[in-house]
Ligand binder design. Structure first.
Ligand code: HPA
Length: 245
């Protein structure tokens, strides 16, 4: 079963035929909200709003461990993350969809492993390729089928937030190799790997990153809303096609 973790702009999946909602408890506490089980274009799907259904949980307070544990326990076999980002690379303009293939992690203080605690043996995971390549390919194929262009491959820099970045920080991330910047990619991707859940992402560029192009003088939040609203309609098409595959 496919699980979709929706970020800003995707707190619900309107095309989902909801079958039931389930409040899950985990050894790590409560997930961001009830798991929504439903059917999307004939496929079974679990949906979870990363920031809560009322969009009240900031990126650094999301209980990533509880979210992934609950999804795995509920039977998820693949996780698709939908998350908005700022665009650093010039082809990552507002409204563009991106399937990232690498991650940089600048977050701190987040519970970022399940292998933690006095009774828990230390375990390391291979994270050379943080996204599952088969799932990433399936996303790209679904997008192609519905005629949506998606940038194939980008380095996603995860920042702590919740504030947006300074222009100098964006310059630094670019020097480090980042193409897009967001606040929730980590530790979500690493925790999914620890649970051996294939994980991939569809990023929606909401704005040019700080100091770039139209964001040279600052970021306009009214514009972000508009961009996300329009782009999420296209993301829903891609997700629906992914479920039909
Ligand atoms: N920076 C970090 N996260 C984001 C941005 C950004 O500019 N836009 C949307 N999510």
């Amino acid at each position: 079963m496919l699980a979709i973790v929706g970020g800003s702009g995707l707190t619900q999946l309107s095309s989902l035929e909801v079958v039931r909602r389930e409040v899950a408890r985990t050894p790590y506490g409560e997930p961001s909200g009830a798991l929504t089980f439903g059917r999307l274009c004939g496929g079974n799907v679990i949906f979870l709003a990363r920031h809560g259904y009322g969009h009240t949980i900031p990126p650094h307070r999301v209980n990533y461990r509880a979210n992934l544990w609950a999804l795995k326990t509920a039977g998820a076999k693949n996780i698709v993350s939908v998350a908005s980002v700022g665009g650093i690379r010039s082809d990552c303009a507002p409204g563009v969809l991106v399937a990232p293939d690498q991650i940089l992690d600048y977050t701190w203080g987040r519970a970022n492993t399940f292998f933690d605690g006095i009774d828990v043996p230390v375990r390391y995971i291979d994270f050379t390729r943080p996204y599952d390549e088969d799932l990433r390919r399936r996303i790209l194929a679904a997008a192609h089928e519905v005629g949506e262009a998606v940038v194939d491959g980008a380095v996603y820099a995860t920042t702590q937030g919740p504030r947006l970045e300074t222009a100098a920080e964006i310059d630094r991330y670019e020097r480090d190799g980042a193409d897009v910047v967001g606040m929730t990619g980590m530790p979500e991707a690493a925790l999914a790997r620890e649970l051996e859940l294939p994980y991939a992402a569809i990023n929606v560029v909401a704005n040019y990153a700080a100091g770039r192009e139209a964001s040279t003088q600052g970021i306009r939040f009214e514009r972000i809303e508009e961009v996300l609203q329009a782009a999420m309609l296209r993301v829903r098409e891609v997700l629906a096609c992914l479920c039909r595959q």
